[in-house]
Design a protein around this ligand. Sequence first.
Ligand code: SIN
Length: 556
Amino acid sequence: MDQHAIAHFPPLLQGFDLRSMPVLRTDVLVIGGGIAGSSAALHAADAGAEVLMLTKSPFSETNTSWAQGGIAAAQRADDSLDLHILDTLKVGIGLSDRTVTRAVVAGARDALAWLQQLGANFDREGGELALSREGGHTRHRVIHAGGDCTGAEIQRALLAAVQRHPRITLRSPAFVRDLVVASGRCCGAIVDVDGAELAVEAGSAVVATGGAGQIYRETTNPTGASGDGHALCFRAGARIADCEFVQFHPTTLYIAGASRFLISEVVRGAGAVLRDRNGTAFMQGAHPMADLAPRDVTSRCILDRMVATGDTNVYLDLRQVDGDPVKRFPSIAKICSAFDLDLRTDLIPVRPGAHYMVGGAVTDLDGRTSVPGLFAAGEVASTGLHGANRLASNSLLEGAVLGKQAGIASAALARTHSSQLPRTATGAPMVENPPRLQLDDLLYSLKSLMWRQVGLRRTAEGLADAQARIAYWHHYLQRAATPDRRVLELSNMLTVAALVTEGACLRAESRGTHYRDDRPARDDATFCRRIFLQRGADGQIVAEQGPLFEPTDQQA
Ligand code: SIN
């Protein structure tokens, strides 16, 4: 295995011939249809741009659509922008960017008004927006819809707006294979749509493909969350950061054979308690915020408790929730009832699952990546808001606020720049003796490896071993005889897995979601900085440590 211990990533997944391929021209190409992609598309189109929006999966399968908890925004008299900022910085464990945090939190009011104007109906109490609470929040400030169906309601309103906008063309399912970068500028993409290849020529492109939870065995994410956008941006040469920070949600339903459905943190915000098989409420005393401790703390406590009690999971006890839990959390109640679990009387088996990629393509506040013409928004972007961990319900907020900025900036760029795809061909090397592959086996090997060795607890040894395996797997997958969509997606997953593992190797400390058993302490003197990764000229991952700064959670 050793000769392939270092991964080499080619700049393209596949060769293509732009001399013969049909070309579709647009001002702004938006890849992804969740809250960030839809906000970008709608704002770019409102600014006068022709927008082509491509989505791989149905709109009901975005991470946005699956979001339960809600969208964080200070509303009540006992709350303020400053308190919301403080909570965000605390959970970010010193690495959150203050300026970005203030900009996103301050954008909440307008973002909410805009979503409501588009028709999103949020739950109300006595005429005011109803608020719940989640981990890391010191106040009730999570706005929700249909109890636990917030994302679905937001997605419904956004999709309707996208479909009725005269300047947005929607193509789905469409799988973006590669971005095209010519003379250092992103000028379009190669897309598989309806079984045919298509080239898109665009003045600018916004990648908003969401997360990569599928690289882990346990995840709350939909099956489409394979990190395509992270891999696209990396291959295009964009600067990537913070990949070592993968947020694990403490409570996913854990029943053999059941899909790993998220049990929202608002359930614990409403009074539910985690218990072990002996009935002990183990979060009491483990952290001052008990069951509402930040997610990294709670997830690791659950893992420790599973080991201590020899159980495969712990239990969520909703019996003391305020009000009827079935009425408050209808979608969770429905999923559980299919397994004969009644939220009012039964303990719900849960364990952590990969939930959110903090890392991604580095952007400024307008979504610009380091590649001219290429923008990123939402989970695929690394804006600096989340630092080393994400405060609950800050992601829909970030998607709406910074998706808008990316839409406006990408439209402005497309107005002033006419880009042209080079009418050339890139050769695909002939492969002799392609490996005989069982893709399912490779996929599950990757997911298990990431869960065991690059999950909630990591060690230098486990990470080095994971790096070598991922490099080897990626090496032979590139030589697959039929590089169909499954191969390409798996190749993207291996790329993202390599980035996560590389970041985790380099960060020899524990902070936020990243926990190293061999380096259990936070080390501000060496690591209060971001780790940047980029594709080098020879295809290897090149790492660069960002400048050291004062931890932002301690200036709060
Ligand atoms: C949840 O409802 O617990 C998830 C919300 C989030 O990840 O922000």
